[in-house]
Design a protein around this ligand. Sequence first.
Ligand code: CTP
Length: 403
Amino acid sequence: MDLSGKRILLIISGGIAAYKSLDLIRRLRERGAEVRPVMTKAAQEFVTPLAVGALSSGHVYTELFSREDEQDVGHIRLARDCDLVLVAPATANLMARMAHGLADDLASTILLATDRPVLIAPAMNPKMWEAAATRRNVETLKADGISFIGPMAGEMAESNEAGLGRMAEPLQIVDAAIRMFDGGAKPLSGRKAIVTSGPTHEPIDPVRYIANRSSGRQGHAIAAALAKLGADVTLVSGPVTIPAPAGVTILHVETASEMLDAVETRLPADIAVMVAAVADWRVATSADQKIKKQPGEAPAPLLLTENPDILKTVGHHAKRPKLVVGFAAETQNIEANGRSKLERKGADMIVANDVSPQTGVMGGTRNRVKIISADGVDAWPDLGKDEVAERLAALIAERLASK
Ligand code: CTP
């Protein structure tokens, strides 16, 4: 779908990212949208109304109390005479004014007066994005039904700080705008995803095995969250006691080798999320018969051999999925170990978590993760595993859209 015939009221507020709005106007128009720009006073410090007007080939609205503009369309009509209100960039200041219902200039008045869907693309310094006041405003705006695209992680234009705060790229904003019209078409529709989950069991003999404490909760939740966003999901699960999530194809396996085989049969795919706590080792030759105690003799030593690394195999595969996500279960040096896994395993993203016994992550229902990628590190707060899964699925959809 494109944006043919859609009338977009583009509000540009005052941040360095305003320079990207020029490209955004071009991209929106390329897809057939009609763009009517509104600029705040601060926005005009970054780009000129002349440039914005030239690209949108129309009038640029800047003043609440402009006699001509008010006679021409008037701010109430401006607020209603469109199919979407898009704010890009949305500064912390404009978001705060929106959250509090202020109407002290043309942009904020339109945002208060409009009855149209509103999509905003925040852009600000990472510290401002993280600030408690901004967190509150974001929650308020979301509860008010405002849609968000971004902010993204990465280097800031004005400083060498990195983190969450960069405005989404114009094409990502265009995609988000299209999704707003698509009746909420699911962002992962038509995408194939493979998720591994749970522990593996490596047999010692017919009755004994090597295992770990993984419950499969996080992996299963991620499979469910990807399916909710429209992906065609295959969940390759080790032995778990939790139920299979709805809407996914589940393949049950026991050992790491079986898990690898199952994953490979599902390639090619767009997304691979390797969450399973795969046993690193298996018994070199598991016994065919139960190993018996021999009175007076020392127990038979277990000779271990390394299991295939499923994530690494997928990360370097001839049919490598476009987006490969791994987990890093660590008990120390979480970030450094996570980064080295990103490299070594050929992943695009590592979800690193602290699984020290005192955290209760292994087998528990909560998780505190850090998202490590080439863009940097993003530390998420302590969340339920379902919430981590939902956020991760949304991030995957976003990253895939920008690839
Ligand atoms: N993984 C895998 N196959 C393996 C081992 C791990 O697919 N044989 C995947 C896990 O699913 C996870 C990631 O690799 O996504 C990291 O797992 P982790 O156990 O933390 O890392 P290891 O490779 O075991 O590294 P180390 O032992 O050095 O911590």
